[in-house]
Design a protein around this ligand. Structure first.
Ligand code: FES
Ligand code: FES
Length: 203
């Protein structure tokens, strides 16, 4: 699962590897005053001239936005674009509730600056919908009862979707590894694994 020096170029890189490699950079950013996404707007001190215009491609739509350089992709997705399926959790690359696909690879949106995501293909849970109908992975989670409180579910589904795009017929071990960067406090893992296996068959 998702973490390398250049997370947006993450093909073939696991998120665990990504986390290891970006940790030094993340610490440096934190030391420079990066704020948690939830607080970023409220404590904005940046001068207007230091805002940056970026283009994001999310769920096959292009968005032009004015952002602070320190804003995370998670903050922008939720608070600026209103795509609230992607969840705030730990905001430090531990829980996986913020997982999105970046060029089809599951990554933690809390660990990527919005600026870094420019011109990359971002997919959120909303992007898995097929019109008004659920996509195959979403449907399998529903049918297998693969959640309790549901807070981790968006991230689990995005991790599963990324796994199935890379490996359409995963073994149970590959399924377990594929969502190993996504914590479920409710312990719904057996159902989550079954749902992913069902989605793989359906695809
Ligand atoms: S909110 Fe991103 S990993 Fe927990
Ligand atoms: S369903 Fe509650 S945290 Fe996973």
């Amino acid at each position: 699962m998702a973490k390398n020096k250049k997370p947006h170029r993450g093909k073939g890189v696991t998120r665990r590897e990504f986390m290891t490699n970006v940790s030094a950079g993340a610490v440096a950013v934190a030391a420079a005053g990066t704020l948690g996404a939830k607080d970023a707007e409220a404590t904005a001190v940046i001068k207007p001239e230091d805002m940056v215009t970026i283009d994001l491609q999310i769920n096959q739509r292009r968005h032009r936005l004015l952002v602070e350089p320190r804003w995370s992709l998670l903050f922008v997705i939720r608070e600026k674009l209103g795509l609230t399926a992607t969840k705030f959790g730990c905001e430090r690359g531990e829980c996986g509730s913020c997982t999105v696909l970046v060029n089809d690879v599951p990554l933690y949106a809390c660990m990527m600056l919005a600026m870094e995501a420019q011109d990359l293909k971002i997919t959120t849970l909303e992007g898995l919908m097929q019109g008004e109908a659920l996509g195959p992975v979403q449907k399998a989670f529903l049918e297998q009862d693969a959640y309790q409180c549901g807070y981790c579910t968006s991230g689990q589904i995005m991790a599963a979707e990324g796994l199935l795009r890379k490996q359409p017929h995963p073994s149970i071990e590959e399924i377990q590894t594929g969502v190993s960067g996504n914590l479920c406090r409710c312990g719904a893992y057996p159902h989550i694994f079954k749902a992913i296996a069902q989605a793989a068959k359906a695809r």
